[in-house]
Design a protein around this ligand. Structure first.
Ligand SMILES: C[S@@+](CC[C@H](N)C(=O)[O-])C[C@H]1O[C@@H](n2cnc3c(N)ncnc32)[C@H](O)[C@@H]1O
Length: 310
């Protein structure tokens, strides 16, 4: 039920993902998963997809879907834009729901809002002809902002209307209705398609290096940081694993954040530096950079690189 970045096929075949065909519907920011359960009850023929960035919410939603016996949903922990770009093929989705998105009310945070022209451009390539995004929100300013952005994209028609009753039963809907806040709703119906293809992120072969010399003890390790336009990489901590070292790295790229375990261990050819076998991230440019950063730290500790493949 849980999709992980390294296993996302592109373009995904709903038959392979769900074992059946049917309308494909995405919920962005599913929170505790309540709305997915509602959709499964109302539309047993729909194949449901959910994206949610908060890990605790994903765990809660997974438990809820299992408890409620919902088998027609696949969940992704991460940014919906990454999922759209890396799993959903052109014109594959019938509908997208966004219920009570984070409004980012402060002006300096407005750039974090999801529903902006670049998002609508990407979405237009993944929605089927006549497909729509349904927005329900308690936040008048975000509602105005999102409708203006959708219109500015030139790719969507905004159709305001009453919210579908099921969108008023989510956790946040209940919270705001209890406070008697007004609720705003519109369907953004696709009328045209952006001319870019929005291809999935580039994947690389597993990066590694061979070094010579003596590994330093884990206590010698200090946090390493590399910032670059394509990826931010931090080597957070290292610990001893037998004669080798394991290093925890955080790799942040556009719309994707991964925690990656690296290792440096003696082998019969020298010191092998690469990904820990138990860890299978999506091998991106940022993951290659993480291995490179570890190699450079080991070079600074006196090891010599004899072979590099990244
Ligand atoms: C205010 S909550 C609403 C949750 C739920 N839809 C409800 O109505 O109860 C917004 C949710 O969107 C999630 N979120 C924000 N940006 C996201 C993104 N780019 N992709 C996926 N989820 C996102 C947040 O983690 C949060 O759980």
């Amino acid at each position: 039920m849980l999709l992980v970045p390294a296993d996302l096929p592109f373009p995904a075949s709903p038959e392979a993902l769900y074992g059946r065909t049917g309308p494909w519907v995405l919920e962005i920011g599913f929170g505790d998963g309540r709305f997915l359960v509602e959709l499964a009850r109302l539309h047993p023929e729909w194949n449901l997809l959910g994206a949610e960035v908060a890990p605790a919410s994903v765990s809660r939603a997974l438990r809820r879907l299992k408890r409620e016996g919902v088998a027609q949903a696949r969940l992704f922990r991460g940014d919906a834009r990454f999922l759209l770009r890396n799993l959903v093929g052109p014109r594959a989705l019938e509908r997208v729901y966004v219920n009570f998105p984070d409004p980012w009310p402060k002006k300096k945070h407005a750039e974090r809002r999801l529903l902006q022209v670049p998002f609508f451009r990407l979405l237009s390539t993944r929605l089927a002809a006549g497909g729509a995004l349904l927005l329900t929100t308690d936040h008048p300013e975000y509602y105005e902002f999102a409708t203006a952005e959708a219109r500015a994209s030139g790719l969507f028609e905004v159709r305001p209307g009453p919210p579908p009753p099921e969108t008023l039963r989510t956790k946040y809907a209940r919270k705001w209705l209890d406070q008697s806040r007004p609720i705003f709703h519109a369907a953004f119906v696709k009328t045209a398609e952006a001319d870019e293809a929005f291809p999935p992120i580039r994947r690389y072969p597993v990066p590694h290096a061979l070094m010579q010399g003596t590994l330093p003890p884990a206590e010698a390790f200090r946090k390493q940081v590399e910032t670059a336009p394509e990826a931010n990489v931090v080597l957070l901590e290292a610990w001893q694993a037998g004669p080798g070292l394991v290093v925890l790295a955080r790799v942040e790229e556009a719309e994707l954040a991964q925690e990656v375990l690296l290792e440096a261990r003696p082998s019969n050819k020298g010191v092998y530096v690469g990904l820990r076998p138990s860890c299978s991230p999506l091998v991106t440019a940022g993951v290659k950079r993480a291995v490179g950063l570890l190699v450079r730290w080991l070079e600074a500790q006196g090891l010599e690189t004899v072979q590099r493949s990244y």
